[in-house]
Structures are given as C-alpha cells and as structure tokens.
Design a protein around this ligand. Structure first.
Ligand SMILES: *Cc1c(COP(=O)(O)O)cnc(C)c1O
Length: 401
C-alpha cells in the first residue's frame, strides 16, 4: 500500500515536498492512515482543525447546507454570509463601524489587506508597507513580498515593490516609522511559521501608537492566532489595543477552506464597489461551516479548554530531554530545544504515531484541537517523551569537563 501511494504522489503531484503519510479518516484528535495505523494529531492540519477530525457539528452543517445552496457568486448574498459577517464583527469587537470581506484562504485574506494598505497609502501619499523579520504572510506575489525568507522569495523575483522589513524590537519599530513613508505595517501577534515566536512586551501597543501618530494602518495577520487559537477570539484581545484590520483563515471553519479580512473604523470605508472581489469568497457552504464552528466554540465555552490545556501542555513539557522552554498562547505551543534536532524529533514522533512539526531547527510546534482532553495530553506526553528519548540516544549529551 505505502509503495503504491508514494509512487503516485511523486509522479502526479507537483514536486513541492514529500508527503509523509496518506490519511483516510479520523475522529477527534485521532487520524488513521491507509494501512490502518492510528496517530494522535497534535498539529491539527497546521493549527486549522480546531474541532478535531470528523466533528459531527461541522459534518452536519456542511451536509445540510449542501442540500440547500453551495454557491451563488458575489452578485448576491445569503443568510449564512450575513450571519457570519455579523458574528465576526461581534467577536472582533468592531462595533458598528466594522466590515468583513470573505475569501477562501489566508493568502487571499492578506492579499486583500495588502490592497487595503495601498488604498490607504494613496490617501496619505505614503507608499511603504512594513513587515517584520521572519514574518510569514503567504505565498502569492503580494503576500510573498511581505515574507522575507530567501528560499521562498528568491525563485520568484522581482517581488512587489514598496515593502520593507523591520526587526522585532521596539527600537527598530520606532526607527522604521521615523522615515515618515509608512502606509501600513503587517504584524503576526505570534509568529507561527517562524517557530511560535512571541513579540517583545509592549511591541503591539507601541505599533498601535506609531501607526496612529503616523496615520498608518495597523494590520494584524491572525490567520494562525485567530479563531480562538490563543484562548481569545483574536490574539490582539490579550492586549489593550484595537487594530485597523485583522486577517483570519486556518481555524475559522475548522478545515473547510475560508479566510477573510475584518476592518475597524475608517479602514472600513477604503474599498469601494468594483475594486476587489472573489468568486467563491463567502459562499454559503463555507459560511455555514464557519458559523457552525464558531457557534460551537462559543456555546461549549471551548476557549476555556484552549487556555487550560495550553497551560497544562506548556508546564508539563519542560522537564523532558532537550526541552529548554515552552512559548506561545492557548493551544499554539512552541517547544524550544537545546539542540537543532526538531526535524528528527518530529520524524521519530510520526513513526511512533504522533503528529507534530518542526517550524524551526530548534522548535517543535503543537496546535491540537480545542476539544483536546486530559487523556490525550497524557498520551501526547508519553509518546513525545519516547520520541525525545529516541533522538537523545542518537545525540548523547557530551560529557562536560
Ligand atoms: C498559514 C498562514 C498564512 C497563509 O495562509 P494560507 O491559507 O496557507 O494561504 C498566512 N499568514 C499566517 C500567519 C499563516 O499562519
């Protein structure tokens, strides 16, 4: 079985990286491969499957909506779309002066935000869009131009002009605005792809002050941190700030493709008819899925579980071999290691039936479902500990003098 599918994958899929397993079905935090092997899924489709696999609430919402309407185009609207827009405004706390644009992925959401920044810049006469060092905003040409990683950018030069990188310190942030040319800044409240890297204390608040003082937009990429992942609906809600725009995707419909942009205040009036749109964006099927997911998180008070299980995970991993600390918020957890063995550990874990990943050479990321329970955390600690021990055997601690 394994031989057949790996050959087909190498022959028929675009050559963009190897595929570690072929999965066929799952339930909750457990997923099964084509050979019937069971895995504990603590990556959740990269911080996306927030209700786990095959959750009946999501499955029924999709099935029921599919019997009514799947798509109508952006010439029209549907009750599902309007319900979702109102819900997102409420959860983000925009008040009346908020608006929502619905798309199909995170990249499209950021592309929309990029255009919002251009529209704002045309009003203020400023052209530069700032992004942080080691940011990840997506792989379309606009989003890629805000994603300063040579391996991602260099094959596709020239990039979109008018973007500039900023170091992740308050001093660098202040210097970047001193040039007086900034239209907007894109910030991930926690940099997921960089390795669950948190911003320095006070960074977001200072970014809010500087953008306000310079008439620039504060655009938060909450594609990974939003939809409840950090224990608040959006990560900026841990801080006392209000952004001009927030992008979301990943967890919003628990794995069904959807993304979008929420604007606050005056930024809500920048787009005008004809400037932007998406054929599939905000279709009733995706909207029904998102409504079901967000409604369930709310009615079951799952954010409480996100906070409690996240805390439990962060405190219980620190005594394991290689582990130097645990960072992130809620169920977006970065486990830092004393040596660059994260890829080896993730590979060893997969063999043992545990899905995690290595966003950086010395960081393991876990992002389990919001429904994860105590017994699954216990199982995770057991198998993760075995994976660490196996890699420790291959990399014995050097004797100290
Ligand atoms: C995943 C991600 C994206 C890209 O989203 P896609 O849905 O893959 O297009 C952008 N920004 C952040 C912070 C992400 O985590």
């Amino acid at each position: 079985m394994t031989n057949d599918w790996t050959q087909a994958a190498e022959r028929d899929l675009m050559s963009l990286g190897s595929r570690g397993r072929m999965f066929t079905h799952g339930s909750g935090s457990v997923i099964y491969d084509a050979d019937g092997n069971r895995y504990l899924d603590f990556l959740g489709g990269i911080a996306t499957n927030c209700l786990g696999h095959a959750h009946p609430v999501l499955a029924e919402a999709i099935a029921e909506q599919a019997t009514k309407l799947v798509h109508v185009s952006n010439y029209f609207t549907t009750p599902q779309q309007l319900e979702l827009a109102a819900r997102l405004k409420r959860l983000a706390g925009t008040g009346d002066a908020g608006r929502v644009f619905l798309a199909n992925s995170g990249t499209e959401a950021n592309e929309t935000a990029f255009k919002l920044a251009r529209l704002h810049g045309q009003k203020t006469g400023k052209t530069t869009i700032l992004h942080l060092d080691s940011a990840f905003h997506g792989r379309s040409m606009g989003a890629l131009s805000l994603t300063p990683k040579a391996a991602y950018q260099n094959p596709f030069a020239p990039l979109v002009p008018g973007t500039r990188a900023v170091g992740r310190t308050i001093e660098a942030l202040e210097a970047a605005f001193a040039a007086g040319d900034v239209a907007a800044i894109f910030i991930e409240p926690i940099q997921g792809e960089a390795g669950v890297v948190e911003l320095p204390d006070g960074f977001l608040r200072r970014a809010r002050e500087l953008t306000t003082a310079n008439d620039a937009l504060l655009i938060l990429d909450e594609i990974q941190t939003g939809s409840g992942r950090t224990g608040q609906w959006f990560a900026f809600q841990h801080e006392d700030i209000v952004p001009d725009a927030v992008t979301f995707a990943k967890g919003i419909a628990a794995g069904f493709p959807m993304g979008g942009l929420i604007t606050f205040g005056a930024a809500s009036e920048l787009f005008a008819p004809g400037m932007h749109n998406s054929t599939f964006g905000g279709n009733p099927l995706a909207s029904a899925a998102a409504n079901a997911v967000l409604g369930y998180i709310e009615s079951e008070n799952l954010l409480e579980n996100v906070r409690a299980r996240g805390e439990e995970l962060r405190t219980s991993v620190v005594d394991l071999p290689f582990v130097t600390g645990a960072r992130g918020a809620g169920l977006l957890v970065g486990i830092t290691l004393s040596e660059p063995v994260a890829a080896d550990i993730a590979a060893e874990a997969l063999k043992l039936g545990l899905i995690i990943n290595a966003p950086a050479p010395d960081v393991i990321r876990i992002a389990p479902a919001y429904t994860v329970g105590e017994s699954e955390i216990t199982e995770f600690l057991d198998v993760f500990g075995q994976a660490l021990a196996a890699v420790r055997e291959e990399h014995p601690v050097e004797a100290t003098a």
